[in-house]
Design a binder for this molecule. Structure first.
Ligand SMILES: Nc1ncnc2c1ncn2[C@@H]1O[C@H](COP(=O)(O)OP(=O)(O)O)[C@@H](O)[C@H]1O
Ligand SMILES: [Mg+2]
Length: 314
């Protein structure tokens, strides 16, 4: 399996209405694809159809070029990692039992399971020596989601479905886990479909973003294109809403308390009087920009912006 996914003309009717309507979407192997949309727009329904928890009313979903019905369901479930908003873990099993479950079903040797579990738990900063024997209720929300990520990744799935996995977490933990996901995604070659209702999260994570509304995909594009060329009024309004909250006119010097000072002189540089919007636009083109104020030069990255945003939105 390489993890390419193709959704062709998929409709799902529930209680007499189209919850997902004539959906066409291709997700490339190894891509981190984000589906963003307000609550009730059909995002979860799409993931459930991909995992064959429910069947489309019309259309077809293809994985690696083959209709998903052609895979035995158990094989499909073992090759797709699924992470929910909450409660991904089985409450009566320890952390180790939870993460070893799928590799055991795949008949991996115990030593191989332990080795892989240990590597991944280290990667999410939850060493097995401390966490293996704990039960889910003995973990914080953020720790539970980290274990959920390990459980979804351990058996090397080619496709990972993540349904608002960080929505219930506080902004700081959420941001840490976003960073963690970006790092893990770089190291692994899995395709990820990540669902969120939060445009900031979508822009931060997505290689490409699909905007959903009322069961339809309004636009599929890279974050930068989406921002610069919204396909219609609704997509534009997702960005306009951010500005209505007022940060468009705030000065970029507000960012420096989250940024590190530097002596570097080369690179895109903005004055402290520039607006946050100008910083956002610059960050579309550069991985980092410098902000110059009377006390010196500071390095601003997406991460700095997100930190500031998290505080601003509280
Ligand atoms: N089992 C069901 N029966 C009837 N309607 C449903 C069912 N599941 C979901 N829906 C409806 O489908 C729409 C999309 O739901 P969902 O995919 O969960 O949206 P999202 O994940 O974007 O919030 C909602 O209007 C929801 O009420
Ligand atoms: Mg949902």
């Amino acid at each position: 399996m390489t993890g390419t996914l193709k959704i062709c003309g998929v409709t799902k009717q529930m209680a007499g209405k189209d919850v997902v309507s004539q959906l066409d979407l291709s997700v490339r192997a190894g891509e981190l694809f984000v589906l963003v949309g307000e609550s009730g727009s059909g995002k979860t329904t799409i993931l459930r159809m991909i995992d064959r928890l429910i069947e489309p009313s019309a259309g077809q979903i293809r994985l690696d070029g083959k209709p998903i019905e052609s895979f035995p369901v158990t094989e499909l479930h073992r090759s797709i990692g699924y992470i929910f908003q909450q409660g991904t873990l089985f409450p009566t099993m320890t952390v180790y039992q939870n993460i070893a479950l799928i590799p055991e079903l795949k008949h991996w040797a115990a030593t191989k399971i332990h080795e892989r579990a240990s590597t991944l738990m280290d990667a999410v900063s939850l060493p097995l020596s401390t966490y293996a024997g704990r039960y889910p209720h003995e973990l914080s929300g953020g720790e539970q989601q980290r274990v959920g990520i390990v459980r979804a990744l351990i058996a090397d799935p080619k496709l990972i479905l993540m349904d608002e996995p960080f929505s219930a977490l506080d902004p700081i933990v959420r941001q840490e886990l976003q960073t963690l996901l970006l790092r893990l995604h770089e190291e692994l070659d899995s395709t990820v479909i990540f669902v969120t209702h939060d445009m900031q999260e979508a822009l931060r994570l997505g290689d490409r973003i699909g905007v959903m509304r009322a069961g339809c995909l309004l636009q599929v594009d890279a974050p930068k294109v989406l921002r610069q060329h919204p396909a219609n009024q609704f997509v534009a309004s997702l960005f306009a809403n951010q500005q209505q909250r007022g940060f468009g006119d705030i000065r970029s010097s507000e960012l420096i308390k989250f940024a590190l000072p530097t002596h570097e002189v080369l690179g895109e540089t903005l004055n402290g009087n520039a607006s946050i919007n100008e910083v956002i636009t610059s960050l579309d083109q550069h991985s980092r920009v410098f902000i110059e104020v009377s006390t010196g030069r500071y390095v601003v990255t997406q991460q700095v912006l997100i930190k500031w945003l998290c505080e601003f939105q509280q």
